[in-house]
Design a protein around this ligand. Sequence first.
Ligand code: MN
Length: 373
Amino acid sequence: MTSLTIESVRTVLVDLPLRRPHRFKSTSIEHQSFLIARIRTADGIEGIGEAAVPGGPWWGGESVETMKVIIDTYLAPELIGQDASRVDYLMHRLERVAARNSFAKAAVEMALFDACGQALGVPVHQLLGGLYRESIPVTWALGAEDADIVIAEAEEKLATGQHASFKLKMGAIEPSLDANRVVSVAKALGERASVRVDLNAAWDESTSARWLPALEGGGVDLVEQPVPGWNVEAMRRLAAALAIPIMADESLDGLPGAFTLCRAEAADIFSLKVHKLGGLSATRKAAAVAEAAGLPCHGGSSIESSIGTAAAAHAYAAIAGVTFGCELFGPLLLAEDLVTEPVRYADGALRVPHGVGLGVRLDESKLARFARD
Ligand code: MN
């Protein structure tokens, strides 16, 4: 094996245009921003990693701008001169100098795994337990737009045979209007597709108790994070009251959060996400907590490019419990990508890359074109 001594850690911010605007509860985006981490070893191997947040710091507090400062100022000095193959050891070092900042740490860890995979000549999924599945069904994300816009987009996806399930963002408008909007979408799609909703913590418990049963009665199959992440007790009461599953996303912000949710019986499904959990190893650990509690997992997304999507695909494909598919739709929403060969989709599913490391390589000309000055 070659020397994996880390010589340099570089970061760059990139903004890529979307194919269409994407509306969340508190913002609408036409570009998605990325932090790209490049870790170079003494033998000239370069591992790449990426972090993105869904349109800004509203989701979890981090932004690509804060990630760059944290990595450049605090994380990089802990990595220089160290052996890139000691991934868990290095992540513990990073934890000692910077609390939280899980998205920034995930970008770094991704680059370490990419470098290790290249050095060993294996894809990253082989470092994570090996392939459990070769492709992962993808739920298509529909923005918090008016019903007619959402229905038209869903019909187009159904007509072309892609995506049998849709996730609608909610929380941008008044609850009764929002619930009626979603029910009309679910009715229009009927038995032809599974309709799921993500409140992104927009409602309080009483609003949820008032309107979630209406969504359930209107044909919605799954509700994601109706109340704030900290309100595990409300999640427990809502999960007990509804027949459809409640999926935890913002509440599942780390391993202690995973354990708390299971102990409180406050979620029916875990939405794993490589970035919020702080890396590929942490994602496997969170899935193990779910497995211990008998809960299935879904492969979440922060709207990554092909780099972060490939990394998440390696992790989700290696975890048996990811039985609720994934939402790794980032490369399909982006009008441009950052790699020479983007990840591939077929029959509504993401194919797990087979190349060494992450299985995707940076396109330097694209990076130069979309990088911030
Ligand atoms: Mn979510």
